[in-house]
Design a protein around this ligand. Sequence first.
Ligand code: ZN
Length: 1006
Amino acid sequence: MFTKVESFEREWTGQPVTRYVSSISGMSVVLVDFPGPIINAYLAVATEVHNDSGTPHTLEHLCFMGSQQFPYKGLLDQLANKIYGTTNAWTDTDQTVYTLAKAGDAQFAKFMAVYLDHVINPTLRDSSHLTEVYHVTPKAREAGVVFSEMQAHAHSADSLMENVTQKKCFPESSAYRSETGGMLDPLRVLTNESIKAFHKSMYAPDNMVLVIAGQIDENALFRELYKFEKECFPGTHRTFRPFVDTEPDIMIPKSETVTVDFPDEDEEFGKVQVTWIGPDHDDGLANTALDVLGAYLTESGAALLQKELVDIPDPLAVSVMFYTRDYLKVSFSLELESVPTKRLTEVSKKMLNLIKNHIVDLSRVQDCLENTKLTLLKRSEEHSEFLCTTVIEHFLYGRGSLEDDFKIKDHLETLATWTTAQWTETMVRLFASNNITVLGKPSAKLAASIPKEAKQHKKQLLQKFGKEGLERQQKLLDDAEREQSKPIPLEVIEEFKISDPKIAFLKSQTERYGRWAGEEEALSIHYEKFDSNFVNIDICLGAQNIDEELLPLIHLIYGSEIFNFPVEGLTAEEVMTGLNHDTIQYYAYASYKGFNEVVQVHVEAESSKYEKVVQWMQKCLLETVWDIDRIQVCIDKALNQLAETKRDAESRLTSAKQRYLFKNSLVHAENLASYEQWLRSVDINTVISQLEKLKKQWFKKDIFVSVTGKVKGDNVSAPWKQFFATLQDTPSKLALPRSYQHLSTLGENLNAESILIPMSSTKTAHLNLMGHLDMTYTSSDHIALLVACEYFQCVEGPFWTGLRGKGYVYGASLGPYIESKRLQFEIYRSSNVYTALCEARSIVNSTTTLDDTLFVGAKRSVINNYANSRASNAAAASSKVVDVEIKFRSEWTTVDDMPNFVDQFVKDVEAVTEAEAKRVIQKYVVPLFQGAQNTTVFCALNIGEVDNLKEKLEKEGYMVEVEEIDEGECVSDEGSETDRDDDDGSEDDDDESDGDTDDTSSSDDE
Ligand SMILES: [Zn+2]
């Protein structure tokens, strides 16, 4: 029986939060009232483990493999799809959380009972352990979903450094030391028995909280929970409260500096991570002060560490970050990226000294405080995830009421009265206390040893198993597969029928101003109005008709730096301080919602600040003063960033695609090779005249502005009059250029070519297989193709079971990229990439009939993804702008005759028949999986595997090009002694994926 323990209204929004505890099982349930089409549920377990075996993480995976009542692998995920939902899960140091995100309330309660059964009564079969956790394949390769996942992390600088931080900050008896994802060696020997024992000790109902945010039928939920409690809960109770009852009183006894090597061919730049132990979880005031100080030190160009370490000639770091780990005592870190390796020690000391000797600037810290408040308020309007996290943390560590943890206003008010001395004293107390400094140092030697070790390891496995042993592995795997492929009885699935999903999409009101409304002298402004305390502005600048040589300047300056420049009448510092005062967030980004030839300048502010914000945009974009020293800093930072970017396989893959598939365009100019070459050869003396030239070519009257939220007084267009008056005229009304207008010959043809990208810092491979796709958002086949792709890639779909389930890949996805006219199949993190590719082909080619349940699930999964990308008012409104102005611009002329794109989308998806899906599979999907003809392969993989893959692809008929590590384009500069030149260099590791990504999501972590 669940009884109400507390109920209160959330600060600011007034929406209720209610906490219940069951008198039978002790389980907690917290309901967070939240508007929107999506229900988010989080089932959190406090998980404490005292080793690096990864038991919590493996258990997380195994819970999805079947339960006592429903002993069918894949049932949970198939059911989730069928009820317009997706399940997922994560494991952190102190928690494992099972999630459901679902559109509409239909069948929610009944599904939760099935989900609970999986978590509380999982089958934990040996066969699942074999395939999901770890095994050796008949070819003497190590596999298993969890193992491959952790293998991909094992050599990254971040995980190596974090691991040392954990071991140094926390004593032997603390569970905060543990790598709960699993280190490779312990994972190899982890037994199913110990996982079962861990489940028994931790997964007691009174060690769990179920948090639900959204609009649900509470009676139905509690009816199902009550029934489940009576029938299915085991009698076990926790004997202690993890962490709260077990953790030693933690403090760092003395400061220490540790150096950690991580594998990388390029040894020029490393990282610094400094960690402290801070306030107790329950000390809300101290934690709020810590957050404000973290922002004060790091956020925006006006922040102390940014100013002193980053925005300087010869930068000592490219970025500085502050974050917390919200444990029993909050631990917090400052992290510096791309620090010159030779100066790691010096830079870490300098950072600590800067803080120690700093006197807090009261007006700036008050701006940070105000900003913290507004950010919290905006989040509580828009993101239920953030509220649910607060509930989970309270469940883990809170000793007082939940309401206490939700109360922030009082703390903010108290902090508003603090003096300079109070702030300074607090900062010194927190940041000058004992700390652990970890210096991450790149090592080429270590990088070279990875492929060697892998070979050695394989040899050992061959020896250990012998020919017969390996054959036995095949039998074990076959048996496991047989046991897991027990079919799900149709009646179980049939019980979850939905005739009306009852999805309550959020609505906003469209208004258009400026040229669209016949006002000759104004811009094109699209306003999506909804009730809010805030307004979001996007100024969209299409990069068409700009000289190719000027495009890299857009990435250098307008990719992120534009707000750090002085403007007429104001210094750079005054600009940054002013922006911090009048906005909540601002940034510039060389892509607008996946439209990669458009730069997005984005600002969020309170509704009342709208006019002021427009004035700021005018100053920052049109009245910039080009300070030559600052431009030099931008160049130095961009160069230093290169090392970090090139370590990331996905960034390298993206860069290669930008480089080979496009020409003369914003997206092509961003590819690492060209951008680095440009950065190294740019003549600082001509940059200013080039920037002026760029401004002339770029800032014209065809600029497009999107405004969403609430403008105070609804006076939307008038503040822009002055902005617009200074712009040059242009005959075109609105021009948002498209990626497909800039395809290279290869990008157009995609025929029998392959680009391989050798990496030293990764062990797993990332592969893209693509073919030409001539399609628009309004093409009649578009929706059917979305459904067909989802069928293959969805959870428990053919790729999921055939590729991920067999341990070939961590993830695989398939989807149309309308903006670049291609259909793309992607493999993430594969330890066996060629086999995975061949398997994918055989899966597609053998798909002649569609499974009914899976097909319905795929359609609903498409709708669920669509609803998820429109979960908040702000997200729904900005998606609507893209639908209305870009994707479906041809379908209407005036606002009054605009179709309801959301309803239409849902209807169209529901209407796709199996016959149609089969037809588009034959027409579009099958040709992609036939071989070299009419397809192109990009693959980033470990350098040791390149020759092997090259040979195999060539045999298939591909012309293979290997991207050279050393571009040989280096103009050696005096500063650096070992000037290794690498084939990349950009600031954003954003994918050049495009506008339709929100309708075709990829499979996620589980
Ligand atoms: Zn995982």
